[in-house]
Design a protein around this ligand. Structure first.
Ligand code: C5P
Length: 240
């Protein structure tokens, strides 16, 4: 089963802070994938993507697109032109929006002469629980059934995979083909430190549950020694 190197979530407020982390991680083997999210992208724009690309990092640009199909198509084309490696879209937008996003991403990449990014669907955010689903969104399915449904929608229109909690992995694997990617945040090297993540697993548990890639932020970026923290995490996740 495909397992990617850990994706390090560079959730810092300033360009200087991000560049400092890039420079610390640049020569590490295996080289981490860096995840750039909304906060950094909206604040710093393409400049921060280019800083990471200059250093040879693969990039996960986590922008979670959700709009009408035409807008998503055009926005994804712009993302595709950046030559990044992974990006995200909300499955809740429906198959027409997902298909438009996928097409836009591919068209942008072709236009720029780069490899198209892998498109991953957001199923249900981990901040949504059964109560919100039933009482506010008036959805009759359970949260896990809804996650399974969205994973199948995404797979059906050709997306590469989903972002999910490691605890949802077995349920998603039941309904999707074996090479469908499940990328999991909510990772802590020690279960004693949770920060604001409610349900966490260790890198080794994520591997055992069949995760294809882990997203790890604060345990690396706020460590006194980010390189050592990353090495410990990648060894635990990639070890056979
Ligand atoms: O610092 P920490 O390891 O908790 O960071 C996790 C990263 O994964 C953050 O960038 C966060 O936005 C993202 N994420 C998450 N839970 C999700 C989806 C994304 O923690 N369900």
């Amino acid at each position: 089963m495909k397992r990617y190197v850990p994706m390090v979530a560079i959730d810092v407020a300033t360009k200087a802070g991000a560049v400092e982390l890039f420079d610390e991680l640049v020569d590490v083997t295996p080289k981490p994938i860096v995840k750039i999210g909304m906060e950094m992208y909206y604040g710093l724009g393409q400049e921060i993507v280019k800083e990471a690309q200059k250093r040879g990092f693969q990039i996960f640009l986590d922008l979670k697109l959700y709009d009408i199909p035409n807008t998503v198509h055009r926005a994804m084309a712009a993302i595709g032109r950046l030559g990044i490696d992974f990006t995200t879209i909300h499955a809740a937008g429906g198959t027409e929006m997902l298909t438009a996003g996928l097409a836009g991403l591919e068209e942008g990449a072709v236009e720029a002469g780069v490899r198209p990014a892998k498109l991953l669907a957001i199923t249900q955010l981990t901040s949504i629980d059964d109560q919100i689903l039933h009482e506010q969104q008036h959805v009759d399915l359970s949260l896990i059934e809804s996650v399974q449904n969205y994973a199948q929608l995404a797979e059906g229109v050709g997306l590469a995979g989903v972002i999910c909690s490691a605890r949802e992995l077995p349920a998603i694997r039941q309904v999707t083909r074996p090479d469908f990617l499940c990328i999991t945040p909510g990772i802590r090297p020690s279960l004693k430190v949770h920060d604001d993540q409610k349900r966490v697993v260790t890198p080794a548990q994520a591997r055992e549950l069949g995760s294809n890639g882990i997203v790890v932020g604060r345990p690396i970026t706020q460590s006194d020694d980010p390189v050592a923290a990353y090495q410990q995490i990648q060894q635990a996740f990639l070890a056979d």
